[in-house]
Ligand binder design. Sequence first.
Ligand SMILES: O=C(CO)[C@H](O)[C@H](O)COP(=O)(O)O
Length: 223
Amino acid sequence: MTPAADQTIHIHPSILSADFARLAEELERIQNADAVHVDVMDNHFVPNLTLGLPVVKAIRQATDLPLDVHLMIEDADRWAPEYAEAGAESVTFHAEAAAAPIRLARELRARGAKAGMALKPATGVEPYLDMLAELDLLLIMTVEPGFGGQPFLDVVLPKIRRAREALDGAGVPVALQVDGGVTRETILRAAEAGADVFVAGSAVYGAEDPAAAIDELRRTPLR
Ligand SMILES: O=C(CO)[C@H](O)[C@H](O)COP(=O)(O)O
């Protein structure tokens, strides 16, 4: 599938790859980003731990960038609404961790946030096609969640294509985000499959000039 003529590339740097001891400065370095992607993990859902609600509230105070919060946590139904209350622009929960995804998506919207739902690489999109209109963002993980710096999983590309077809077919304005292993090389494949929002950790914070790295990713030549 070739990208739509009006396809725009949005870059959300992941602060998972930032220096957590200097977060305010690290946020300053990505002022040209479309949003900052904040990974919240618990070690029940993924084999890692990062930050939680108090740090998200501090980040909210430290930047004017929209916060794109990605919850890699169990019991999303219980915790996700609190991140909306904390001022996140979008809150993304995992389908695998939500007992009632439709109710949760509606609750996030009711609290003023965009509702996002994420799928791990081996989770199909088909069971969720009827609820796409409940979402503002669909995140398709292109690595197993838990760590930055992993290689992009090309095996996920057909799912991105099927998701794009379903979204276009349904005519619902849902952002199609990918997260994991996004680089100057892999971004084109994901964009061609139909993604339009790209989370990038290592490719941005591993660069000497993160702002220039963002611009370079955004200038990906779409065919
Ligand atoms: O969600 C994540 C890991 O679970 C990260 O956002 C993601 O891995 C970004 O890091 P990188 O661009 O280095 O792959």
